[in-house]
Design a protein around this ligand. Structure first.
Ligand SMILES: NC(=O)c1ccc[n+]([C@@H]2O[C@H](COP(=O)([O-])OP(=O)(O)OC[C@H]3O[C@@H](n4cnc5c(N)ncnc54)[C@H](OP(=O)(O)O)[C@@H]3O)[C@@H](O)[C@H]2O)c1
Length: 170
């Protein structure tokens, strides 16, 4: 990419896995098979890809990074018994997305004053493979609608936010 284009304008970190065993309590999930596997993809992979592309992003006149997180990463929602995600205590996935949100804030701080904006988003509850169990397809949004928030933040203007968390128009 360096030789061919010389710069990168948009990086969307979308890759993610959800491998928690919903039949186990949070404290029973396995350290290696679950926690480390989840963090390898959802956090460490995202950080590694971002760091690798930062030189090319800095070469852009107006670069955007979108980290695809989840409402399930919200600490305040998980503390609120009224929240509809209150009972979705799938710990490795939840905490990996909390870490993505926290990392985004730190990276935005590093990049303040640069031409790179980095934000984190919740795509919605989307009809993807992540929400498919055999023949049963769960989810509220079609895939195209699930992409809307990523696209919006990928195209945000130079006066737009950095270090924020977004879902659709919020
Ligand atoms: N669907 C939802 O309701 C929902 C809600 C909140 C957040 N999210 C987030 O949205 C993002 C996309 O999820 P999805 O619903 O589209 O899930 P998905 O259908 O399971 O797709 C996940 C994608 O991540 C890729 N991936 C997984 N592990 C990878 C790795 N180690 N290296 C490179 N690519 C990897 C997969 O590639 P392969 O196909 O090659 O394996 C696949 O393209 C994830 O970050 C997820 O946490 C989804």
């Amino acid at each position: 990419m360096q030789a061919r284009h010389g710069r990168l304008d948009i990086l969307v970190n979308n890759a993610g896995i959800l491998v928690d065993d919903p039949t186990l309590k949070p404290s029973q999930q396995t350290l290696q098979a679950l926690w480390r596997t989840t963090f390898d993809t959802n956090l460490f992979g995202l950080v590694a890809v971002t760091n690798a592309f930062l030189p090319l992003l800095h070469a852009s006149t107006s670069a955007r990074i979108v980290n695809v997180s989840s409402l399930l990463g919200s600490i305040s929602e998980h503390l609120n018994p009224e929240s509809f995600i209150y009972d979705f205590k799938i710990p490795a996935y939840n905490v990996s997305k909390t870490a993505v949100n926290a990392w985004t804030v730190r990276l935005a701080y590093e990049l303040r004053g640069s031409k790179i904006k980095v934000n984190t988003i919740h795509p919605g509850y989307v009809k993807t493979d992540m929400n498919r169990k055999g023949e049963e397809q769960n989810g509220e949004l079609e895939v195209a609608d699930g992409a809307r928030t990523s696209v919006r933040l990928a195209l945000v203007g130079d006066d737009g936010p950095s270090g924020g968390y977004f879902y659709l128009n919020r």
